[in-house]
Design a protein around this ligand. Structure first.
Ligand code: HPA
Length: 270
């Protein structure tokens, strides 16, 4: 399965001796996290067969290889979204390639709308579980029994505990909750937001879930953190827009960078 991944991994090995242990996917406005990578070598996605061709402003479209606090990492700057081409499998090959390169952990980040007015823009939310409201799977068309992926504890409980402890030590407020995946690219209606909250959701967004699903199939340990950029539709007088999401994400990226750097350091030490 994902045969292309071995070929692309070999291509990356020709360009770098670095063997990444952790892969990170950066969401909208979080490009600054890549600046924390030392000895960074960037490979544009165009050079990597199977990698996505993102079309969203704020998603750079490159793989950055280097180390954070001594830990070799691969940072995916830019992701494919379901809404771009109507396929949920846009990240499958990139993630399979990183697994083939030796990554064991995957850290997913995103921008999200909050379903709780007390967890407002600028706050971080650790994803404990998800609800798939897009109704599609990145594994459509995949053959074999591996496709029947168990999603209990998809967001690794031990890693969640680790990251919560780190956040507390750093003084970074960290909510924890259920991320609800909507297909986008339109934002939700207020009725959809009320439904998502009534069903147990805590934040809404347009990414991450397909990546977590394929990562679990690949056997990667998944940790995911949302950066809250807005209160969800109907919850505030402020209009929701991509521009506003980007502004709030850039302003709040500092906490995310501190938390992720500390987490990567701990993974490297452990
Ligand atoms: N809805 C969906 N995706 C988002 C939002 C939102 O309110 N904010 C940032 N990404």
């Amino acid at each position: 399965m994902f045969e292309q991944a071995a070929t692309t991994a070999a291509l990356i090995r020709e360009r770098t001796a670095l063997a990444p242990r952790v892969a990170l996917v950066l969401g909208s406005g979080l490009g600054a996290v890549a600046d924390a990578v030392a000895g960074a070598q960037a490979i544009p996605y165009e050079d990597l067969p199977g990698f996505p061709r993102p079309s969203v402003a704020g998603h750079g479209g490159k793989l950055v290889l280097g180390s954070v606090a001594g830990l070799p990492v691969a940072v995916l700057q830019g992701r494919a979204h379901y809404y771009e081409g109507g396929r949920a499998d846009g990240m499958n090959l990139a993630l399979a390639t990183l697994k083939a390169l030796g990554c064991q952990n995957l850290v997913l980040t995103n921008a999200a709308g909050s379903l709780h007015s007390e967890v407002g823009p600028g706050r971080l939310m650790l994803i404990a579980d998800h609800i798939n409201f897009a109704g599609v799977s990145p594994l459509f068309g995949v053959q074999g029994n591996e496709r029947f992926v168990d999603l209990v504890d998809a967001y690794d409980p031990e890693e969640r505990t680790r990251i919560k402890t780190l956040a507390e030590g750093l003084g970074v407020p960290l909510a924890e909750g259920v991320y609800v995946w909507f297909c986008g690219p339109h934002f939700e209606t207020p009725a959809e937001i009320r439904a998502a909250r009534a069903l147990g959701g805590d934040a809404v967004g347009m990414s991450t879930v397909p990546e977590a699903i394929v990562a679990r199939m690949l056997g990667l340990k998944v940790t995911a953190v949302s950066m809250i950029t807005n209160l969800a539709a109907g919850m505030s007088d402020q209009a929701i827009s991509h521009e506003q999401t980007m502004r709030a994400a850039t302003a709040a990226a500092a906490d995310m960078t501190r938390l992720l750097t500390a987490y990567l350091k701990e993974l490297g030490d452990g």
